[in-house]
Design a protein around this ligand. Structure first.
Ligand code: BES
Ligand code: ZN
Ligand code: ZN
Length: 544
């Protein structure tokens, strides 16, 4: 087996990964004399002075900005773009004005979006090298390095295209190969370089998850995903173990095996271990639903939009990508990722509504609906992961259509048994723009999943579908502090967003990386990049 993940190909000969090869650089110097194909000029709405290191260009660009403003072409509104020639004020060939919105409303997320939007235009322009001014301290309450990180994330994620299956010649424009942050204060160089390195690892991880989700199910099968996990693990020197069906049966994972019964593709329980923390420290366990295609099984789904069910492995993709990033970032934590992987297919051997399976935990499950398969495979994977006695147990899954009904397409459903863990995930979500919203796991919801013939049933009726699914999962985690992220409504979008094209979003990857980065004093971002508030004067008495 080769250690090169790009060499991993499916049986059909397609590579499983696309790569955006953009080198992110930082250099000290004056912005105006820096030569590039395109210079980005960030502008705050209603503010003539340009922010950060672009400030010296305020005066020379004032006529251009006034003119574009008068015509209503460019006012600095968030995500607005306007191209111009270099006006003789810059050594760059062209300028791209990028609106950041009102200064007071700038956040890490609005910066990602503005850069993502710029990336969407950049990839059509044929500009191999862009220059970006560094923001001064304070914009969006971010340090310059934290701002550079989120800008770079937005740029890289915004350049992403999934075109591995298009055989026609690529559009004849040169791709972006370099982006250089030009910095007036060379003391910032080192911190900015580190931030750009982090951004590139994080964006790589999110794009790996997008790739895996976007691949169709004839290419991304449990077997090819296992092979990719092995190759990626070899590259990062991580331990990767794959449990095959015979071993699952020997262990008693009948809930997982039951879902796989309808499919010709063998199921895999893929495990990856990263040890960046102390040897005696319990790991953080990440479990990701990896249904490579969800037809619903015998409880067959309607065919409209069924093709989107190739993304039902987005949870697994997220944990695989996050553990890769944890290793590349050398985070001081121990992490184990679990990917229970199978198809959910109807066939003569498929499990049927009413079947009863014994889970690894010993609890018996009545399978009322074979389309509620995610919770079945997670039940066994959670029990297995909980046996490691992890510090935290987190699962992430495209679990319920009900999540979209409850929260729409802008929030991850969040539930758990540990308030501290739930709070930490919520904060990580806010920092990364992958926001999660907590729902209650109250006792009465458990009545909805009582079975008349087994210990528990796999559906809870019409109401509160996100919660009853999570209530079901909670029965398999024992006393381990656990939280669940339902990404069913956020894993796929039909309408492109500033740094996310239509299709699979890679949601959850950046949230998980951020969460892991915040463990044990690891370097987090961008919260760690937020300047601490000035210390308050101590009360007179304490000052004595
Ligand atoms: N993979 C689906 C959930 C899903 C639905 C994800 C729509 C993305 C978009 C899951 O396995 C499922 O089918 N859940 C059922 C559960 C129901 C039978 C209780 C659902 O949500 O309809
Ligand atoms: Zn389903
Ligand atoms: Zn599913």
């Amino acid at each position: 087996m080769s250690g090169n993940p790009d060499a991993v190909a499916s049986d059909a000969g397609f590579a499983l990964r696309s790569r955006v090869a953009v080198s992110l650089e930082a250099t000290a110097g004056a912005l105006a004399s820096f030569a590039a194909d395109l210079l980005l000029i960030p502008c705050c709405e209603g503010e003539p002075a340009l922010p950060g290191d672009a400030r010296p260009l305020t005066k020379p660009l004032a006529p251009l900005l006034a003119d574009r403003g008068d015509r209503g072409e460019f006012t600095g509104k968030a995500n607005q773009l306007s191209l111009a020639d270099s006006q003789g004020v810059s050594a760059a060939k062209r300028l791209l004005l990028v609106g950041l919105g009102k200064r007071s409303a700038v956040t890490a997320e609005t910066l990602r979006q503005a850069m993502g939007k710029a990336a969407g235009l950049i990839k059509t322009l044929g500009v191999p090298h862009v220059a970006v001014p560094l923001f001064g301290s304070g914009l969006g309450k971010l340090t310059p390095a934290a701002a550079a990180q989120v800008q770079a994330e937005g740029l890289l994620l915004g350049l992403y295209d999934f075109n591995l299956y298009k055989t026609e010649a690529k559009p004849p424009v040169k791709p972006l190969g370099r982006a250089t942050w030009v910095i007036s204060d060379r003391r910032q160089l080192q911190a900015v370089r580190a931030a750009l390195e982090r951004a590139s690892i994080i964006a790589d991880a999110a794009m790996l998850a997008r790739d895996l989700g976007n691949h169709p199910s004839n290419i991304a099968t449990p077997s090819t995903i296992a092979e990719l996990a092995r190759a990626l693990s070899a590259e990062q020197k991580l331990r990767c173990t794959v449990i095959e069906r015979a071993e699952m049966e020997r262990l008693g994972m009948w809930a997982l095996v039951g879902v796989a019964r309808g499919s010709q593709e063998p199921p895999k329980l893929i495990m990856v271990e990263y040890k960046g923390g102390r040897a005696d420290e319990p790991p953080i366990a990440l479990v990701g639903k990896t249904i490579t295609f969800d037809t619903g099984g015998i409880s067959l789904k309607p065919s409209e939009n069924m093709e989107q069910m190739k993304d039902d492995m987005s949870g697994g993709a997220a944990v695989l990508a996050a553990i890769q990033a944890a290793a590349r970032l050398k985070l001081p934590v121990n992490v184990t990722a679990f990917l229970p992987a199978t198809e959910n297919m109807p066939s003569g051997t498929a499990q049927k509504p009413g079947d009863i399976v014994k889970s690894l935990s010993g609890l018996t499950i009545e399978v009322i609906n074979t389309d509620a398969e995610g919770r079945l495979i997670l039940a066994d994977a959670l029990t297995y992961a909980a046996r490691l006695k992890p510090k935290w147990l987190i699962d992430i899954a495209t679990l319920t259509g009900a999540c979209g009904v409850a929260l729409g397409k802008h929030a991850i459903g969040l539930l758990g048994t540990s308030p501290a863990l739930v709070a930490a995930l919520k904060e990580a979500g806010e920092a990364t723009g992958e926001r999660a919203w907590e729902m209650p796991l109250w006792e009465p919801y458990y009545d909805q999943i009582k079975s008349s013939v087994a210990d528990v049933q796999n559906v809870g009726g019409r109401y509160g579908g996100v919660i009853t699914a999570a209530a079901f999962l909670s029965k398999f985690v024992g006393e381990t502090p656990w939280a669940h992220l339902d990404i069913a409504s956020t894993a796929w979008i039909d309408e492109p967003r500033p740094y996310t094209p239509k299709g699979v979003t890679g949601v959850g990857v950046r949230l998980l990386i951020e969460f892991l980065s915040r463990q044990r004093g690891g370097k987090a971002s961008p919260r760690a990049g937020v300047r601490p508030p000035a210390p308050k004067a101590k009360p007179a008495r304490a000052r004595r």
